[in-house]
Write a protein that binds this ligand. Structure first.
Ligand SMILES: [Zn+2]
Length: 500
């Protein structure tokens, strides 16, 4: 069985879950669900990043211990993902023992390899990014490009990871693994960073207390990257005595945002190579879901809470919008009008309307019993095309294309009903034929749409008389024309997506 280990970035607990976090997590969930339909053995990981100076500062400001602070925030993420119907198999918190053990092991291996050394660091540092920057990486006035705030001058003794030694090894590795970073223009960005020359980066702080001590020098605490990136291996047992899970799942496929390419596609594979671990199997790099044209952040005051939106539009309405609206890899801009527009056009007028029409006509003209489809239906070709293009969209991490392909089948079925007008015909074989075809198209649509709108797909499944959990369907067989058996009770029910 093919294993498919997928990760989201872990989210830093100084912010509560917002639309930006939900965006990546929903994409990961839909991909995980698609791969489960394919019969892959899937492990989908998300979690929270809980160490660092900023967490300590937030905790101090709130008059709490850092541990109490993170213990209050981390569950907000777990709860948000439950409400958004996220099917993660694990949730890693970087304050867990399993993580601390694995980070210590990773550090020790790189230290033993001679790739971590003590040195003095001087430079301009953005406290919000927890990152040193060179002058050409800053905006005029020494402002951080991301946070638009002034950086500070720091000088301290740190351990450094000798990234500069990995330039050729990384280029060779990437040359031997074409296509591991998608979309391609993001791969070019990562290769450009490597070719532009690599600087050693700091892996420890003595000023920092809230973190994981270096195993060979406990005055130093691991800082940001060795702590955060390691979650992808510590969650599956790296650093424990039992490596069964690690051996089974690694290497992972990472979903990341475009702002963390350097860390995930340059630092991380170099760290792994140093430690004698295979680099990741792939990276899919997304843009930002902007709000009012800017990256969502507390300082910009444009934070959208996804949980407020699902009160308005429903979980599946929100999930569908996030997946369908933006081309993965490009930036998207969230607007409330866009959310409502997509909901009305694609969900209410297309999918919702199709189910309602079919159920109404089957009720009136077929005695409420769904007829079987015919083998040579004109919709059979549309269904085959939709399946191919939907599969291609998911496998290439282009959810908007996958959904557009699935929705082509919905549109084709609505058009088929409009040209045949079964609602005007007398009950009989002609109506039965048309309705059997439409029911079969709906069965296939329900399966293909289920990674995006899982609860809705289950409802469609049951309304057309099918039983069992739609998640138990297996592709490609389940998408082949002719699976609707006929003779099942079709239920009208409430509208799936009342117009807004
Ligand atoms: Zn910054």
């Amino acid at each position: 069985m093919t294993t498919y280990y997928l990760t989201t970035p872990i989210y830093y607990v100084t912010a509560k879950p917002h639309l930006g976090h939900a965006y990546t997590t929903i994409i990961g969930d839909a991909l995980a669900r698609w791969h489960r339909l394919l019969g892959d053995d899937v492990h989908f990981l998300t979690g929270t990043d809980e160490h660092g100076q900023k967490v300590q500062d937030y905790a101090d400001a709130a008059g709490k211990s850092a541990q109490d602070f993170v213990d209050e925030i981390a569950p907000l993420y777990e709860q948000a993902w439950q409400r958004l119907n996220i099917s993660n198999d694990d949730f890693i918190r970087t304050t867990e023992t399993r993580h601390k053990l694995g980070v210590a092991e990773l550090l020790q291996r790189c230290y033993d390899a001679g790739d971590i050394e003590l040195d003095v660091y001087k430079g301009k540092y953005c406290v919000a990014c927890e990152e040193y920057y060179t002058d050409d990486e800053l905006d005029p006035g020494d402002l951080c490009k991301i946070h638009k705030r002034p950086v500070e001058y720091y000088e301290e003794e740190n351990y450094f990871f000798r990234l500069s030694r990995f330039e050729q090894r990384l280029l060779d590795w990437y040359a031997a693994h074409p296509g591991v970073i998608i979309p391609e223009f993001r791969a070019n960005e990562a290769l450009g960073l490597i070719r532009g020359g690599l600087r050693d980066f700091s892996v420890s702080r003595t000023s920092l207390k809230w973190g994981i001590p270096l195993p060979w020098d406990a005055k130093h605490v691991a800082y940001v990257w060795f702590d955060a990136l390691a979650n992808y291996i510590t969650a599956i047992g790296f650093g424990s005595d039992d490596t069964t899970e690690f051996d089974k799942w690694w290497p992972a496929r990472h979903l990341i945002g475009k702002d963390i390419i350097r860390h995930h596609c340059v630092y991380w594979p170099a760290m792994l190579i140093s430690a004698g671990i295979e680099p990741p199997a792939g990276w899919a790099v997304g843009g930002w879901l902007l709000s009012g044209g800017e990256k969502m952040s507390k300082t910009s005051g444009n934070v959208v809470n996804p949980l407020d939106l699902i009160d308005d539009i429903g979980v599946d309405g929100f999930r569908y919008y996030v997946l369908a609206e933006t081309t993965y890899g490009q930036d998207g801009d969230f607007t409330y009008e866009g959310l409502i527009g997509r909901y009305n056009s694609d969900l209410a007028n297309n999918l919702g309307n199709l189910l309602s029409r079919v159920a109404t006509v089957v009720d009136k003209k077929c005695g409420g019993i769904g007829p079987a489809p015919r083998a040579d239906s004109p919709l059979a070709t549309a269904a085959a095309t939709a399946y191919e293009a939907t599969a291609e969209g998911w496998v290439t991490v282009q959810p908007s294309r996958a959904l557009d392909a699935t929705w082509q089948l919905i549109r084709a079925t609505n058009a088929y009903l409009e040209s045949n007008e079964p609602w005007k015909a007398e009950p009989g074989p002609a109506v039965d034929t048309v309705m059997g075809d439409a029911l079969e198209a709906l069965r296939i649509v329900a399966i293909l749409a289920s990674p995006a709108v899982p609860a809705t797909s289950q409802i469609v499944w049951e309304r057309i008389g099918l039983s069992g959990d739609i998640n138990d369907q297996r592709l490609p067989v389940a998408a082949q024309w002719g699976g609707y058996p006929g003779g099942l009770s079709v239920t009208k029910g409430e509208p799936l997506f009342p117009r807004r």
